[in-house]
Every structure is written in structure tokens, then in C-alpha cells.
Design a binder for this molecule. Sequence first.
Ligand code: GLY
Ligand code: MN
Length: 464
Amino acid sequence: MFDAIVYQDRRNKLRSMLKSGLIIFLGNNESPMNYPSNTYRFRQDSTFLYFFGLSMPGLAGVIDIDNGKDVIFGNDVDIDDIIWMGPQPSMKELVQKVAVIETYPMAMLADVISDTIKRKRAIHFLPPYRAENKLTLEKLLVIPAASLKDKASVELIKAVVAIRSIKDNFEIAHLDEIMSIGYQMHTTAMKMAQPGVYEREIAGFIEGLALSHGGTVSFPVILSKRGETLHNHNHSNKLAAGDLMICDAGFESEMGYATDHTRVAPVGGKFSQKQKEIYQIVLDTNNAAINAIKPGIQYRDVHLLAASVVVEGLKSIGLMKGDTKEAVAAGAHAMFFPHGLGHMMGIDVHDMEDFGENYVGYDDKIKRSEQFGTAYLRLARKLQPGFVLTVEPGIYFIPALIDKWNQERINSNFINFEKVNKYRDFGGIRLEDDILVTETGNRNLGKKRIPITIEEVEKTVQSK
Ligand code: GLY
Ligand code: MN
């Protein structure tokens, strides 16, 4: 945890941004896997973590905008809990860690809320994403669960996005530190990318690495020789020499902060010429995008720049043709690069996506594109110092998409389908880094960039 004062400062900042009323943050509860006492690993709600820091089930935080009070609701353990869980700190002790003075049993939250409703004071809450919290809020606020998303406080969402988007020095130092675990996960996966090894062995091993560092993975590991499937969680294939293994994986620290990188390794340690050509285009795209990142630039423009590097590269090997600018404007690159360049990252790997992507990645000045490909861009707005985001361009050969575009002659003036068809079994390549926007430009988070050049990756795979 950060020092208590960090959480107090964050709450005071939030309080100063809202006009009046009460803000309520529900923490998460245990979530059953197959029967109530057999639960998934507990994950605290990220916004609760950000403002109230405590990572345990059964808590709610309230910020009173008008009287300056912060309260945490939660129950002290009883003797039965102690028998099963061991001795636990009292609520009084816990709340001190986050500079909160007042704490009351959970049952009192309902009284506070109903009193606030009676007095016709505003109640601000964020859109709930877990079923249990939807039911709790439905009961507390007397709002049907199905309407909670629409009734959530836009004023609160915008204020929280404004605060959480700019990472403070404590967060940046923590992110820099945990990047070394992402580094270890990815270089280990590269070394394990040998013929005869099953994908599940590598996926399981690097997930274990994350657990061994006291955290977990920041999302289910994507690791496959079938990299053309963007989020491939099937790890059943046996690797063979000549395969390309994509690994998109990250660490989540005990405090909930994420890393998120993607690397592609040649199984056995040598890229073929064909693989090198596509790999180098993706690497050039990743580097060009990172070089363009600075305060004031719209991330959509960086995405479009990345698209134009992809088109230039694919033209150079005969897979695309025509004018690059026109091809990008027509969205022709999206048959190969059908997703966005990246997303905000912080406590969530896709930071604050629970509020709705448009609140985080878009604003009044930039609206989401409707064009296939660019429509999936999660972050488009102007960058500011303190943003942490991912840069993750890719080139994929998705047979079903190639066939659809070929049959419907979509962008056929920019794509050489005949040549593309020779890549149908190629798979996919994505290269992803985690970037901090600084006052003057940007920097890659962490001490060392995970091996990324063709030579570095081959050397790492060969160093098993
Ligand atoms: N790295 C997984 C994702 O960004 O969706
Ligand atoms: Mn990502």
C-alpha cells in the first residue's frame, strides 16, 4: 500500500471536483466458483483501491462532499472468522492505514443512504459491473439493477477519470518496479518456446511466476502459435520448429497495478525470412508509434500513423498497393490490423474500462470512429503527461476475414488478395510496450525493454 496520506489526498482532490452530495464506492465481495465457500481469487474494485486502498471483501467507502468526512463501512471479524482465517486487524486499525477515522458496521450503510435520500441530497455512484454489487445498490438506492448504469453519476465518472488518468509519482515508481516481473515472464516464455513443448506448459509456468511474486496475471494469458486469433486463450497446441509463438501477458501486483506486453518468438530460435519481413514491419510500426507519443497529440493520430507504417511495409512486400494515405483513410489496413493501437493502463490493465470506454479514451472533442478497425480503438483522445498507455500494433492473417474481404471485394484496390492468400497459415504478430507520457515526450516503463529486435528475440530463445 502507499502511505495513508496518498489516499487522503486523492479523496480530497475528488471531493473538490464535485459540487455536492455523497459519493458511495462499493468494494468487491468474494465471488464463488462452484459453491459459495470455494471462491475465485479475491480482486478488489479498482476505484475503491485507488481512493481507499484496502484490499479485502465486505467494504464500502463514502465520501461526503459537503462536510469533508470520509467513512469506511465494514464488519470486524468474529470468533468463527478467526478460527478459519486466523487473527485479523480490527476495522479501526485497518482504516488508519488509509487515513480514515470513521468506520461503522456494514449494516449502517443502508441507514446513511436512506437518510441521504430523505434529505434529497445527491448520491453519486459509478456504474457497477458485478452482479452482487448491482443487487446491493438496487436495494440501497431503490433503483432497479437494470437502470443503475444509466443512473450512474456522469459527474463522478468524469472526475475519477480525470484523476486516475494522470498517474502520480508513487504509481509511476510502482509501475516501473513491477515491469521487471513482466520482463521475467516474457523472457521465460521465449526461452521455453522450443519444439515439442505444449503452449499450456509455458502459459502455466509464466502464470506461476506472476503468483510467485505475490500478485497474479493482469488478465488471462494469451499464448498461442495461432496468433491470428487476437485473444487466444486456447493453450492446447504442441509447438513445432518454425511456429511463431505469440505471448500477450502481464503481471498484476498486490496493489492491483498492471503490466501488459506482447512479444512473438520463433519456436526453436530462428525466424524464417517470411516471418522476419512481417515481424520487422510490426516492430517498425511499434517504434514509429512510440516515437510519436508526446503531450498534446491525439492517440487516434498515432493509431493512424501506425496504420500507415503497416500499409507502407505491406506495400514493400507486395501484399498491399496504391496510395498509403488513401488506403488508411479507406480502412484497408484493418484486414491485417483490425484492432486499436492501445489503451490506458494503471490499476486495471484496460484502465477504468468498467466506467465505459468512451469516458476514458474519448471526450467532447473526439468521438469514436465507425470504421471497421479504428472503431475498436480504446484510446483516441489527446495525450497528457502522466498517462500510461499501451502501444500494441499487429499484423494478422485471419483466413475468415481474408475470404470475406476477397469475396466482397472490400478494399480490393489496396490489397493483393492473390499474394495474401499465400500467407493464410502465417498466424499473427503483435508487439506491445507500456509507455508513460512525460512532459516532453514519453518513455518505456521499466528498467529494460523486453527483447524485441529480431536478433534480441532469437538470442533469448536460443539461450534456453
Ligand atoms: N493485452 C490484452 C489486451 O490489451 O486486450
Ligand atoms: Mn494491451
